[in-house]
Design a binder for this molecule. Structure first.
Ligand SMILES: [Zn+2]
Ligand SMILES: [Zn+2]
Length: 391
C-alpha cells in the first residue's frame, strides 16, 4: 500500500488551496462560522460524519471497524485581530483580521489527515475523532469539546502547531513542559475626582494605577525564585478624562505566565495584595478580576517517544530541545485528561524570507511544503495508536 507520506504528497495542491481559502477569510474566536462550513463541506466530500460542538466547533469522526478504541486529533481554527501586511496574493480579505498564528494551516492539515484516514479506515477498529476547535487565541474553545466528552475512552490525543523557528522538514517534540499557564487580570481602581490644583480633596486613581504597574514587577524581581520563570505583564492602561483633573477611575489589564500551579496561585494572591495595599495608601479602592486562559502544557513522555518515532518514519528530523515558551495553548487542557503529544511543525525556509517572521506578526507566512508533513503526521500518529494496544 502507498505510504502515508506519499499520499499526503499527492494532496499538496489540495492542502495549499484549502489553506489559502481559509487564509483569505480569517475569523476571530467564536465567530468561525464560515470556517466551520468549509470544514463541514470538506468532510462531506469524503463521507466523514460530523457534528457541531458549541456554535463554531466541528467534530468529525473517522469510523473504523466495530470495537476498538479512540484517538483524538486537534486543530485550532481561529484567527487574530491583526492587519495582514504580507502582500501575498491570497492575503486576508477581512480588514484587521489575519491568520497570523497558522491555524489555517492546522485546519488544512487535519482535513488532509481526514482524507488519508478515511481511505484506510478498513485497517483499524474504533474511531479517530477530529477536533476542529474554535477560540484557541482567547482560551475558551477547548471547554465545549471537553464537556461534550470528546476524550471519553480516548487512548491518545495529538495536536500540532506551525513553528517558524524550525526549518521545513523538522518537527519539535519535547516531553514534559512546553508552554506556560496563562491568566488574565483586570484591576479597576476607583478614586475621587478633583481639580488638579486641589489634589488633597480627591483620590488619584491614575497615580495609584501607575504605582501598581511598577510595583508588580517587584513581585517578579524580589518575591519569586530566579530559578522558576514567571512573567507579569501589563499590556493595557486606561485612566483619566482630562489633563487638569484628578482621575476618578483607572483600569489596567495584564497577564501572568507561570509553569507551576503553586506559582500560578501565588501570583494571583500577590497581585491582589499589592493592588489592595497601593489603593489603601492612596485613598482609592482596587478590585481585581481573574480569568484563567489555559494551564501549563505538559506533553506525556511516552506519547512523545511514540510520535517521535512516527515522525522519523515519515522522514522528519525530530528536534527534542526546542526551548520552553511562556506563550500558552489550551491544548494543555486535553493533555491534563489523556496522554498525548503536542508537536511543533517546522515551517520556515531561508529561501523564502517571508517564512522567517514569527507567529502573531503581521508579516507571518509559512512554506506550504510543510502542509503534507502536517497532514501525514496527524494521520500516521492516529494509525499508530489505533493499531496498537498502547497503555
Ligand atoms: Zn496558534
Ligand atoms: Zn496564537
Amino acid at each position: 500500500m502507498q505510504s502515508v507520506l506519499e499520499r499526503a504528497g499527492e494532496l499538496r495542491d489540495y492542502l495549499s488551496a484549502l489553506r489559502r481559502e481559509l487564509h483569505r477569510r480569517p475569523e476571530l474566536a467564536l465567530n468561525e462560522y464560515g470556517t466551520a462550513r468549509v470544514i463541514e463541506r470538506e468532510l462531506d466530500k469524503i463521507g466523514v460524519a460530523h457534528r457541531r460542538v458549541g456554535e463554531t466547533g466541528v467534530l468529525g469522526i473517522v469510523q473504523g471497524g466495530a470495537g476498538g478504541g479512540a484517538v483524538a486529533l486537534r486543530a485550532d481554527i481561529d484567527a487574530l485581530p491583526i492587519r495582514e501586511e504580507t502582500g501575498a496574493a491570497y492575503r486576508s480579505e477581512t480588514d484587521g483580521v489575519m491568520h497570523a498564528c497558522g491555524h489555517d494551516a492546522h485546519t488544512a492539515c487535519l482535513l488532509g489527515a481526514a482524507r488519508i484516514l478515511s481511505e484506510r479506515a478498513v485497517g483499524f477498529r474504533g474511531e479517530v475523532r477530529l477536533i476542529f476547535q474554535p477560540a484557541e487565541e482567547t482560551g475558551g474553545g477547548a471547554a465545549d469539546f471537553l464537556n461534550s466528552g470528546v476524550l471519553d475512552g480516548a487512548r491518545r490525543v495529538f495536536g500540532l502547531h506551525v513553528a517558524p523557528d524550525l526549518r521545513i522538514g523538522t518537527v519539535g517534540i519535547t516531553p514534559g513542559l512546553n508552554n506556560a499557564a496563562v491568566d488574565h487580570f483586570r484591576v479597576r481602581i476607583h478614586g475621587k475626582s478633583a481639580h488638579v490644583a486641589a489634589p488633597e480633596s480627591g483620590a488619584d486613581a491614575l497615580y495609584a494605577a501607575s504605582q501598581l504597574v511598577v510595583a508588580i514587577q517587584g513581585i517578579v524581581a524580589r518575591r519569586t525564585s530566579p530559578t522558576e520563570p514567571v512573567i507579569l505583564g501589563v499590556g493595557k492602561f486606561n485612566a483619566g478624562t482630562t489633563y487638569n483633573a484628578v482621575a476618578e477611575y483607572a483600569e489596567l489589564e495584564g497577564t501572568t505566565r507561570t509553569i507551576s500551579e503553586r506559582a500560578r496561585l501565588e501570583m494571583r494572591g500577590r497581585i491582589d495584595e499589592t493592588a489592595r495595599h497601593i489603593a489603601a495608601v492612596s485613598g482609592t479602592e482596587a478590585e481585581t478580576v481573574w480569568t484563567g486562559i489555559c494551564s501549563a502544557l505538559v506533553n506525556t513522555p511516552g506519547a512523545c517517544t511514540e510520535a517521535g518515532s512516527v515522525a522519523r518514519e515519515l522522514g522528519l528530523a525530530v528536534v527534542e530541545n526546542r526551548p520552553l515558551s511562556l506563550s500558552g495553548d489550551n491544548f494543555a487542557e486535553y493533555l491534563r485528561r489523556v496522554p498525548g503529544c503536542y508537536a511543533y511543525l517546522g515551517t520556515s525556509n531561508p529561501a523564502f524570507p517571508d517564512t522567517l517572521a514569527g507567529i502573531h506578526n503581521c508579516h507571518f507566512n509559512l512554506d506550504e511544503a510543510a502542509l503534507p508533513f502536517g497532514a501525514a503526521l496527524y494521520a500516521a500518529c492516529a494509525l499508530r495508536w489505533m493499531r496498537s494496544e498502547c497503555p
